[in-house]
Design a protein around this ligand. Structure first.
Ligand SMILES: [Fe+2]
Ligand SMILES: [Fe+2]
Length: 152
């Protein structure tokens, strides 16, 4: 059992659980404010993060470790849409840095399958980051005209 690899997988799992709680929080809030289209998107991304959390847990169990169950951040509440997107960009950027480092660590430790898992999930986080950045740019550049397209 390689404790360094298991610790990296568990740090990632806690990161994912943090993202799940943040995106689902935003989902409820946006749904309540009738921004249904953005709410749906946050729910879908939250579910993707949940699958990431599970994939890390499965790998941890396979390696003989114990999956962590606590998120590593407390979800922000009551943010504006612009603030939400900045929060989300920060979460994705941090995950990308962390998973790049972790993939490297796993390869150095001779665990290529764990490294592949980090790289696979990393690519999806890059997709999330790109989406949140584009949305944040639309909010900044188009303001109300863009927000109006997210309603329903
Ligand atoms: Fe994720
Ligand atoms: Fe993500």
């Amino acid at each position: 059992m390689n404790q360094k690899v298991i610790d990296a997988l568990n740090a990632a799992r806690m990161r994912e659980l943090g993202a799940v709680s943040q995106y689902l929080e935003q989902h409820y809030e946006l749904e309540d404010q009738m921004y249904g289209k953005l709410a749906d998107r946050l729910k879908d991304i939250g579910i993707q993060e949940m699958k990431h959390a599970e994939a890390f847990a499965e790998r941890i169990l396979f390696l003989g470790g114990v999956p962590a169950s606590k998120p590593d951040v407390v979800a922000q509440k009551g943010q504006s849409i612009a603030q939400m997107l900045q929060t989300d960009i920060g979460l994705e950027e941090a995950a990308i840095l962390m998973y790049n480092d972790s993939a490297k660590l796993c390869r150095a430790e001779g665990d290529n399958a764990s490294a592949d898992l980090f790289e696979d999930i990393l690519k999806q986080e890059e997709g999330h980051l790109d989406e949140f950045q584009n949305k944040a740019d639309f909010v900044k550049d188009l303001g109300q005209a863009y927000l109006a397209t997210l309603v329903e």
